[in-house]
Design a protein around this ligand. Structure first.
Ligand code: CO
Length: 293
């Protein structure tokens, strides 16, 4: 008799959808990947972001991959000029929650753990603290490309392999990173140190911080180069690469200043995101993240 009552009661609860919490957790989850880039408004530069996105999709065909941009200026410009709407990270996470994702891995395409990364981590931490229907069961964030000394050594290897054959005597590569007042800017000095261990013909400067253009110029004097290959050290070869680095009409661009200093110039305006080896590295980061508890 008692058993029958319990059975009827359980059945009634089930029908009402009033499942105890432990039973609700057994519902199968939905996994997703959110890739986060700074963004670019130059259609010819989006290839770098697409390359990393497509490599991720190809590596994890069973997991839906979405993309968010952290730059509001770029997001608004894309909407205004191209009618393209790319979500911010909090918008993307809210939408993924609404679409039933329970397990989300957020992988940034940023190079250093600077301000953009701090902001993104703040968003992820905030969502991860949510319980109940607006929260995720599992929400994790991956690290940027350069987060420690070993990352810099791996990147130095990628750079020397990419430019190695073109570094005939008298030639040198000048890379332009972004740079930031954030303490993570120190990663560029570590990166230069790692490059120097691997090659004496590749030099890294930043457009907005240190190492400066003058630092690069001073280092170049010792390298006795006559011709410089200018390349961006950014995921995307966008505005900075085309204007601040290689802008022929801008007397302040690195290209104009190096020309004035008497160097022959070649340009290699390919974003890091388009290097096959970087795509491989990036996919490895996502794989690590998917396994992370
Ligand atoms: Co900038």
């Amino acid at each position: 008799m008692y058993k029958n009552v319990m059975f009827a009661l359980t059945l009634a609860l089930l029908c009402m959808g009033a499942l105890p919490a432990s039973a609700a957790e057994e519902v199968p989850g939905k996994k997703g990947i959110l890739l986060v880039a700074f963004g670019t408004s130059m259609p010819e530069a989006t290839g770098a972001i697409e390359s990393l996105t497509n490599a991720t999709k190809a590596a994890f065909p069973d997991v839906e991959v979405r993309v968010a941009y952290t730059s509001n200026i770029i997001r608004r410009k894309l909407k205004r000029e191209q009618g393209v709407e790319i979500p911010t990270p909090p918008e993307a996470l809210a939408a993924m929650n609404d679409d039933g994702f329970t397990d989300v891995s957020v992988q940034p395409m940023h190079i250093i753990p600077g301000e953009e990364y701090d902001d993104l981590k703040g968003v992820v931490d905030a969502f991860a603290s949510l319980r109940g229907k607006y929260g995720f069961r599992r929400l994790v964030i991956g690290r940027p490309l350069l987060s420690n000394v070993e990352d810099c050594a791996i990147m130095a290897g990628i750079l020397t392999r990419r430019f190695g054959d073109r570094l005939a005597p008298g030639k040198a590569v000048v890379l332009m990173g972004h740079g930031t007042p954030h303490m993570a800017n120190a990663m560029y000095s570590e990166m230069q140190a790692a490059i120097t261990r691997a090659s004496d013909r590749i030099f890294l400067g930043t457009v907005e911080s240190t190492p400066t253009f003058d630092d690069v110029q001073a280092a170049l004097k010792k390298a006795r180069a006559k011709t410089l290959i200018l390349a961006p050290f950014m995921i995307v070869a966008g505005d900075h690469a085309n204007n601040d680095l290689a802008g022929a009409d801008d007397p302040e661009s690195w290209l104009s200043q190096f020309k004035k200093a008497g160097y022959g110039i070649e340009t290699d305006l390919v974003g890091l995101g388009q290097y096959p080896e970087i795509a491989k590295l990036f996919v490895g980061r996502v794989a690590e993240l998917l396994k992370q508890e």
